[in-house]
Design a protein around this ligand. Structure first.
Ligand SMILES: O=c1[nH]cnc2c1ncn2[C@@H]1O[C@H](CO)[C@@H](O)[C@H]1O
Length: 340
């Protein structure tokens, strides 16, 4: 179908976003504003026009280094509140009605923001976003893998002690190389025992074994990325049989150089194997994308018409941990949109 028709269909389509990072969603304007406050003390450019170049990554390790330099700019609870509400506004503007935002409390608490103030700030933004923007937000608290077991310990403690109302899941992000998943088992066990869903990253930068580990040791209910599962037919069959969805973020994989070219992206092979997927944006401004653009990319990779694209949006709702009422309202809204 024509590119413009697809773009306008996607832009108006009510959607759910299941894999998007908090700091990684900061708009260029907010990042530049924060950088200006720390000018001379931060490598992050204070001019939004220079950010695209700063956000050009040579590999995944470089991406994490740049990501943490932006995390460094967030110094107090007010920064967290402004950032979170700004992210909500950008999502709502794309007709996102429900989003699970991956938040890394360890990084902020470690930089001096008390856990309680941090949680209060994100909760304030969540409540305001629901009331003012019609966007339902939920949190995934993730362990930054590069910081190891102390980060796991502290992330779990913040999750269980603070237990903000919007918290629904427990994750694991950052690098996979040198960060084996099995060591995090006790923390995921405790988080799951406390009723949190398990949604670790795996198979983003390393192979199928990491995904197996996430399933067996961390009790993963969905996998962040998981694209290298495509290398293992047995794993694909397992994911399909147990209906474990992959949260796929195509442009992210291109920008971190996990795939050399979108033409080589395994999304189509994963879908062909019967594995459920959702389409997501990961760190949209850092990767020069938006959720709407990811739907367009996915439509091209999967050769979908508007009916197929609407089905992708429905899949994300089904795979979400949204309250039943939010799911049914959003599914009805998608039906109404596609019928009109
Ligand atoms: O695509 C991604 N994969 C893994 N971690 C990511 C990604 N995007 C953002 N983060 C974030 O990187 C930080 C360092 O571990 C974490 O805060 C994680 O949430």
């Amino acid at each position: 179908m024509a590119k413009d028709d697809l773009a306008s269909f996607v832009a108006g389509l009510p959607k759910a976003e299941l894999h998007v990072h908090h700091v990684g969603s900061a708009s260029p304007r907010i990042v530049a504003e924060l950088a200006a406050r720390h000018e001379g003390r931060s490598p992050v450019p204070a001019d939004p026009a220079l950010l695209a170049e700063y956000f050009t990554f040579t590999d995944f390790a470089h991406f994490v280094e740049v990501y943490l330099s932006v995390v460094d700019l967030i110094r107090d609870a007010e920064d967290v509140r402004t950032l979170t509400y700004g992210v909500a506004r950008d999502l709502a503007a794309q007709q996102v009605r429900y989003a699970e935002l991956t938040v890394t409390p360890y990084s902020s608490v470690n930089r001096g923001i008390p856990a309680e103030a941090f949680c209060e700030a994100i909760e304030d933004a969540r409540i305001a976003a629901e009331k003012e923007l019609g966007l339902v937000l939920r949190w995934c608290f993730d362990i930054p893998g590069e910081a190891g077991l102390p980060a796991a310990e502290q992330t779990l403690r913040i999750a269980l002690d603070q237990r903000p109302d919007g918290l629904i899941s427990f994750g694991l992000g950052g690098p996979e190389i040198g960060v084996p998943r099995p060591q995090f088992k006790p923390y995921f066990d405790a988080a799951r025992a406390a009723g949190l869903h398990s949604v670790p990253h795996a198979g983003e930068t390393t192979g199928a074994q990491t995904v197996w580990d996430a399933l067996r040791d961390l009790g993963a209910e969905r996998i962040g990325h998981g694209i290298f599962a495509a290398q293992d037919p047995e794993l694909l069959a397992h994911l399909a049989e147990h209906a474990i969805p992959l949260e796929v973020c195509p442009t992210s994989n291109l920008r971190t150089r996990a795939v050399a070219d979108l033409a080589e992206h395994p999304l189509a092979a994963i879908v062909a194997a019967g594995v459920p997927v959702s389409i997501n944006s990961d760190d949209p401004p850092m990767f020069g994308t938006t959720l709407n653009n990811e739907y367009e990319v996915a439509a091209r990779l999967l050769d979908l018409d508007t009916t197929g694209v609407a089905d992708l949006a429905r899949q994300a709702v089904h795979h979400s941990f949204a309250p039943a009422q939010v799911k049914s309202t959003l599914l009805t809204e998608i039906d109404t949109y596609t019928a009109s």
